[in-house]
Design a binder for this molecule. Structure first.
Ligand SMILES: Cc1cc2nc3c(=O)[nH]c(=O)nc-3n(C[C@H](O)[C@H](O)[C@H](O)COP(=O)(O)O)c2cc1C
Length: 264
């Protein structure tokens, strides 16, 4: 069996992340889809996640806001209405045997000290709301100690890339910063770290040399989950992958969202 075949086989082995017992290592990555008028996920959102849920599968939510922001149809989790609505989504996903992680995020902009303090309070509140709504874990791009205090370390996760999306690293000693941040996270025993892989990264061979990343445990993918609701089964049967329609990503309607057919 060659290296690729071994890796393909490993995708379908079980795996524990925090308190979640996964049946395989294919994870649905974060996908902003702007289908939440007034920040509230309705029935189509529950249907969308349910279509992509499989027993022992892990879905990571679209980025969800912890407080009010002037953005078009962003999902939110900070009021009782949000908690109830997300509760219906998590119930539907759990009924299919899958797990749902809440990604909390925040628009990056210059902030005053007062705004920073308010944002930290918002993240703590929103993390509590997410857990109350039944999410299995809260993932954030920042402020992880605040989140883990509001949830538990086993229900806290972190997503980041120190390498930026394009060719330019985000600081002058990316590997050193990477090692430092990873060691801080490791000490806290969070559920997982989701490392984004830059699309055109000159440093990738070096990243692979970092010991902790050698055992990278699961792969998350986004775009194929858009157009193939039963992607896991599709991969298992080695069927051709159906293309997505990028023009329908953010329309707010069911077309291009819950209307992609299951292939098997
Ligand atoms: C339509 C779309 C929406 C996305 N929304 C989010 C998001 O809300 N939060 C986030 O961290 N990443 C988001 N991403 C990034 C994906 O989660 C993923 O990291 C990226 O697309 C690379 O994975 P892929 O090559 O399998 O698509 C989004 C990507 C796409 C294409």
């Amino acid at each position: 069996m060659d290296y690729d075949q071994q890796n393909a086989r490993k995708l379908f082995t079980s795996f524990q992340i925090g308190a979640m017992q996964l049946s395989r290592r294919i994870v649905m990555s974060h996908l902003t889809r702007t289908r939440c008028p007034n920040g509230v996920p309705g029935d189509i959102v529950a249907k969308y996640y349910a279509q992509r849920a499989t027993p022992g599968g892990l879905l990571i939510s679209e980025g969800i806001l912890p407080s009010f922001m002037m953005l078009p149809t962003p999902p939110c989790t900070y009021t009782q209405g949000h908690i109830t609505a997300w509760g219906s989504v998590t119930d539907t996903v759990h009924a299919r045997g899958a797990y749902l992680v809440c990604q909390l995020w925040h628009a990056i902009s210059p902030m005053s000290f007062v705004e920073i303090r308010e944002t930290i309070t918002d993240f703590a509140h929103a993390s509590g709301c997410a857990i109350e709504a039944g999410f299995d874990c809260v993932e954030t791009l920042e402020i992880f100690d605040t989140v883990s205090t509001a949830t538990e370390t086993v229900r806290t996760a972190m997503r980041f890339s120190l390498f930026g999306v394009f060719l330019i690293p985000l600081d002058t000693d990316s590997l050193g910063t990477y090692r430092y941040v990873l060691s801080e996270i490791e000490e806290r025993c969070f559920a997982y770290i989701c490392l984004t892989q830059p699309q055109h990264d000159m440093f990738l061979p070096e990243i692979i040399e970092i010991d902790r990343l050698r055992s990278a445990a699961a792969n998350s993918t986004s775009k194929w989950f858009v157009s193939i609701p039963d992607l896991v089964e599709n991969i298992k049967r080695k069927l051709p992958l159906a293309p997505w329609n990028p023009e329908l990503l953010y329309t707010g309607v069911e077309e291009g969202y819950t209307e992609y057919p299951a292939l098997v």
